[in-house]
Design a protein around this ligand. Structure first.
Ligand code: HEM
Ligand code: HEM
Length: 170
């Protein structure tokens, strides 16, 4: 039971499963976005990777909510980050969490007000509207840019936390 929860000297099993599971899924999501950005429209790999972008994005959104709730439930027992560098690390984590929420949210908002609607794993989440709602589309213009900023933050995070990975997350 104890191994499930975070401890002051190491993250618990559930946090580690969330972290590494989502790390793999985010890597796949960034790969799809990179293919969408860099490959020509009729490229088969681009089409294959892009075909799961929306379903994977919604999945990641749901996982972020669950991981955030689990992180809050553990807030007083998880490893702390003292000192100036520790505060910078916490600020970095907060920025990653914020973007992990905002990036899919702006697209979901657009889908909720769109004339195409949204399906998730084949289930209808937002039915298609007769007419688009303009204000719900605006924030999604930043979806791609914010997604790339998130990718950069994650790269920086990987470079900086590599050394503590063994101690904290294995
Ligand atoms: C955390 C989840 C997500 C991440 C990290 C992410 C990332 C990205 C990135 C980086 C791009 C830009 C690709 C390019 O430059 O060509 C992009 C585009 C796009 N994404 Fe996502 N995405 C996520 C979730 C979603 C969701 C949930 C949806 C749909 C409901 C979606 C729909 C789209 C669409 C339609 C585009 C192309 C138009 C645009 O750039 O806005 N994404 N995404
Ligand atoms: C090879 C890839 C990665 C490595 C080696 C790695 C390593 C780590 C380590 C060691 C920690 C704990 C460090 C600390 O508390 O200061 C951590 C925490 C964290 N990582 Fe990563 N990470 C990787 C990928 C990712 C990815 C892809 C994301 C998100 C897109 C991510 C998001 C986070 C967040 C938000 C935290 C804060 C603690 C939490 O709430 O779980 N990491 N990472």
């Amino acid at each position: 039971m104890n191994a499930l929860w975070d401890q002051p000297d190491r993250y618990g099993l559930l946090s580690r499963i969330f972290h590494w599971g989502m790390a793999i899924l985010f890597a796949a999501q960034f790969a799809a976005a990179a293919a969408h950005w860099g490959l020509p429209r009729d490229n088969g790999l681009r089409q294959l990777l892009w075909s799961y972008h929306s379903d994977l994005g919604v999945t990641l959104f749901l996982l972020v909510l669950m991981r955030g709730a689990w992180g809050l439930a553990n807030i007083h027992r998880r490893p702390s980050h003292p000192g100036v560098i520790g505060r910078a690390a916490v600020a970095g984590h907060v920025a990653i969490y914020g973007l992990m929420l905002i990036v899919p949210s702006v697209r979901l908002l657009a889908a909720a007000g769109s004339d195409r609607g949204l399906t998730y794993l084949g289930l209808s989440v937002f039915p298609a509207r007769d007419a688009e709602i303009a204000w719900m589309q605006g924030p999604s213009e930043w979806h791609g840019e914010l997604g790339w900023i998130l990718a950069l933050l994650v790269l920086g995070h990987v470079a900086m936390t590599e050394k503590s990975a063994e101690q904290l997350l294995m």
